[in-house]
Design a protein around this ligand. Structure first.
Ligand SMILES: Cc1cc2nc3c(=O)[nH]c(=O)nc-3n(C[C@H](O)[C@H](O)[C@H](O)COP(=O)(O)O)c2cc1C
Length: 319
């Protein structure tokens, strides 16, 4: 029995966890109800608990919770223990839950570390992915290498480049058990991305890999170009060296800033002021973040042209 069967997924389609409130209960439940795996993105432990409970109220389908290891607290693991699956990202994989557990990986070394840590599977993330990017290779290249090295019963799911049915078919044909999409699910009615952000997704063609939005988390991420990116990054996404150094030096303090302080900072965020934090613009949040915040998106953005109900997206991705 594969992990997809164990989780009770009717279709091999996974909606990626998108943090900061983008993938909450409405999106995760709609995907699960349509037969895929819905994932609640990381938020504070009380908010995560609330989102999981609300999703449970909407569907009996499988719901995963995403835990970002650099920011994980005991409360995140408590909630993760109540989800159907746990997806971890960024950092050294370690089993912290008895539930089905996958670690999102961007290299062979990370995938083998996940195998050794006793994970049930890995999400193989390619460099084309949106959001924070661990991958340095195209997803299919990493998947092909990984397939030869991991045990037969270790699940490999592919993330990056998934926007249409053929992409899912190709991923399965290459040995993945499921395909993971983030950007495609950003442009859904149920995603909690800010309406201006969704609009940029359906209009956007090009993304850059950068470290610009690193205040509190110095890490590479793929975003659409907005005013902040135009102000501080070059065409390849590179930021001035002094800014990168400032991100690294201030991360230990900024990553622990209380939520109220983070919210106040976001409300005042301007494209021309550097030290930009990683929180994306969400519905009901400051409108200014559409130009001053990270518009995470993968290279598939060029093929996402409409905002649709999540169930329709799952159906359109199902082989
Ligand atoms: C808006 C957005 C936010 C994301 N946030 C997270 C996150 O919080 N945790 C995580 O594990 N991955 C996150 N990712 C990365 C996804 O897990 C996945 O690798 C990626 O979406 C796949 O590429 P695609 O967006 O082109 O489909 C995010 C991706 C996007 C687009």
């Amino acid at each position: 029995m594969t992990l997809v069967d164990k989780l009770g997924m009717r279709v091999p389609v996974v909606q990626a966890g998108m943090g900061g409130g983008v993938s909450g209960h409405a999106l995760a439940a709609a995907v699960a109800e349509a037969g895929g795996l819905g994932t609640i993105g990381t938020v504070s432990p009380p908010a995560l608990a609330r989102e999981l409970e609300r999703a449970r109220g909407l569907t009996g389908g499988p719901i995963a919770v995403n835990v970002l290891l650099p920011f994980a607290r005991a409360g995140h693991w408590d909630v993760a223990g109540r989800a159907d699956a746990v997806v971890t990202f960024w950092g050294r994989p370690k089993r912290r839950t008895a539930n089905p557990w996958l670690h999102q990986c961007g290299s062979i070394e990370e995938i083998l570390a996940a195998v050794h840590a006793g994970a049930d599977g890995a999400i193989v993330q390619g460099v084309e992915a949106g959001g924070h990017v661990r991958g340095k290779l195209p997803a299919h290249e990493l998947l092909a290498r990984a397939r030869r090295l991991v045990p037969e019963d270790f699940a490999l799911w592919l993330a990056g480049g998934i926007a249409e049915r053929d992409d899912v078919t190709d991923a399965l044909g290459a040995g993945a058990q499921a395909a993971v999409a983030g950007t495609r699910f950003l442009a859904t009615e149920e995603s909690a991305a800010h309406p201006g952000y969704k609009q940029r997704v359906v209009e956007g063609d090009e993304t850059v890999l950068t470290t610009l939005f690193s205040a509190g988390w110095p890490a590479a991420h793929r975003v659409l170009v907005n005013a902040a990116v135009r102000r501080w990054a070059d065409a390849s996404g590179k930021v001035p060296r002094w800014l990168h150094r400032a991100h690294v030096a201030s991360a230990p303090v900024l990553s622990r800033a209380p939520e109220a302080m983070q919210r106040a900072m976001m409300a005042r965020q301007r494209p021309e002021v550097p030290m930009l934090p990683p929180q994306p613009p969400v519905a009901g949040g400051p409108d200014g973040l559409v130009e001053a915040g990270p518009l995470y998106a993968g290279q598939t953005v060029a093929r996402v042209r409409a905002i649709a109900p999540a169930a329709k997206v799952v159906a359109a991705l199902t082989p």
